[in-house]
Design a protein around this ligand. Structure first.
Ligand code: TXA
Ligand code: MG
Length: 329
């Protein structure tokens, strides 16, 4: 798409947002469903369209780190250090909110999640808009996050006024959420994601604890989330053959983490099998692969756990939640 087309599209998107409408936009992690964060009625529509419970807070996206002080009442030194090192990028910081931030954005909490995404279209939109854009992933609540514009349209249809198409997301898995609302000493990872724990440790100078017991209800921490239609089973690599041998279903999809392969390898089934390198393609292709296996009619997807290093931690987290108990099961 030409530069001029993008400029027109961004002007249109800003007009939609200012008018209280919703715009889906690409980020480097997944596509977001955006509303002007200063318009509570628009933000309420995001919850309605997603089918998301209103006590599950949203992330406010900003164009640059210098806007932190306009949205947070306290910015501890470590928050500034992480923002300087990693923004734009797949890191979300949870800080104490500024007084003007409406409770609908934060689910009634005194804290607010903030991030500067690393996608040229998102940044152009945010710069042109000038304020904050509240955006969860642009999928129905509990389902697989979208990593292409086509995924967004499949999921949300006409419920979103405009979908900006920025191609497939480079990272493919959501941002890492770091809580700094309790100051530097209370820093903790709330959700593993696109910035690895190793990378954070190198910047912070110590390993940050992963806190999974937040009093906050974060959808990413519910037992079932990020789920395709097919039932998901997560297994250690050594248990794959045995698991496949004992499955009664014939429509089985397999996602296998295989180190050192140059590109994803699909094998025709049954079972329908794809091998993805955990250091190259696994995070990047995970959600698209879950969708492909759904589309191929699989009723069970068996996934092997990647080693828990680098992005493998976030992939394992998402797979476990995709495999979690379901209300509709
Ligand atoms: O990569 C991403 O983070 C994507 C893109 C679009 O930026 N967004 C995303 O949004 O994954 P969502 O709404 O699907 O997940 C945001 C997570 C939720 O688990 C939410 O509960 C958590 O952030 N969160 C938001 N505000 C919070 C707060 N004040 N304290 C703790 N967790 C919070
Ligand atoms: Mg989500």
């Amino acid at each position: 798409m030409s530069r001029a087309t993008h400029a027109d599209e961004i002007a249109e998107a800003v007009a939609v947002l200012r008018g209280g409408g919703l715009v889906a936009f690409p980020t480097e992690t997944v596509y977001g469903l955006g509303a002007d964060a200063s318009l509570p009625a628009a933000v309420r529509r995001v919850f309605a369209v997603k089918g998301r419970p209103v006590d599950h807070p949203l992330i406010v996206h900003l164009a640059q780190a210098s806007q932190l002080d306009a949205w947070a009442s306290e910015v501890p030194p470590l928050a500034r250090r992480l923002a300087a090192a990693l923004w734009p990028g797949p890191l979300t910081l949870v800080l104490r909110k500024a007084a003007h931030v409406d409770a609908v954005v934060t689910g009634g909490l005194e804290t607010l999640a903030l991030r500067v995404p690393a996608h040229p279209l998102a940044l152009a939109l945010l710069r042109e808009h000038g304020g904050g854009i509240a955006a969860p992933s642009a999928n129905r609540f509990g389902r697989v996050s979208p990593t292409t514009a086509a995924h967004v349209r499949e999921d949300l249809g006409d419920d979103v006024a405009l979908v900006l198409d920025g191609g497939p997301c480079a990272v493919g898995i959501e941002s890492t959420i770091v809580d700094l609302s309790r100051g530097d000493d209370g820093a903790a990872i709330l959700r593993p994601g696109g910035v690895s724990a190793e990378r954070l440790a190198a910047i912070v100078g110590r390993t940050l604890p992963v806190r999974d017991d937040a009093q906050v209800r974060t959808p990413g921490q519910l037992p079932s989330h990020y789920a395709p239609r097919a039932r998901v089973l997560v297994v250690e690599p050594a248990a794959l053959a045995h698991t496949l041998a004992t499955l009664p279903s014939s429509r089985v999809g397999v996602i296998e983490a295989v180190a050192g392969i140059p590109a994803p390898r699909w094998h025709d089934g049954p079972p329908l099998r794809v091998e993805l390198d955990p250091e190259r393609d696994l995070a990047h292709q995970l959600y698209a692969t879950l969708r492909q296996l759904d589309a191929a009619g699989c009723d069970v997807i068996v996934a092997t756990l990647p080693p828990p290093a680098e992005l493998g931690l976030a992939v394992a987290d998402r797979l476990r939640r995709a495999a979690g108990p379901r209300d509709d099961a």
